[in-house]
Write a new protein. Structure first.
Length: 172
């Protein structure tokens, strides 16, 4: 909404305003571009000019969408999925991501999956088997070993810690 508002203030007409992406109908002068950049910065947003930086943001958005906002389980290998979504060779995307972010795409995905698993455990709506299936793990053992490697805790120990922190309303 903030981006749309800034574009309207500058009299710019847009076709698409999406997460991390804007398509404007007309050519934009350097003065308007700089003004837009400054106004967005005041709103806590950044106008990116660098194609590589934009590609990195798109990669992050695809991963975040897949891990946090999609209930659809990807049937193909993630590298193929990302290559198809981004219209680039996975090796190029992977090397670029590692160079700019200082971590691999795989580690970025794992970090987000573990955060999502923590959320699902805390919500308590699913058991570990359901969470493993939902998050695309081949087994509970695979999820558990990856969870422990990242957090230092087993999923069940994490769940116990969450339960210990909460006191029933009646006991307060």
């Amino acid at each position: 909404m903030a981006v749309k508002e800034e574009l309207k203030k500058l009299g710019l007409h847009f076709i698409v305003v999406d997460l991390g992406e804007v398509e404007i109908m007309e050519n934009i002068s350097m003065e308007k571009r700089e003004l837009l950049k400054a106004n967005l910065l005041n709103s806590g947003l950044e106008l990116m000019d660098d194609r590589k930086a934009m590609l990195i943001e798109k990669i992050k958005n695809v991963i975040i969408e897949m891990v946090h906002h999609s209930d659809e389980i990807i049937k193909v290998n993630f590298s193929d999925y990302l290559s198809e979504k981004m219209n680039h060779d996975y090796t190029y995307l992977s090397n670029l991501f590692s160079e700019v972010q200082g971590t691999t795409i795989e580690h970025f995905i794992i970090s987000h999956k573990i955060e999502r698993i923590k959320e699902l455990i805390i919500y308590g709506e699913h058991n570990i088997t359901e969470i493993a299936w939902k998050m695309g793990y081949s087994s509970v053992a695979h999820l558990s070993s990856q969870f422990k490697k990242v957090t230092g805790l087993s999923p069940s120990h994490f769940k116990q810690l969450k339960n210990k922190r909460r006191s029933p309303i009646e006991d307060i």
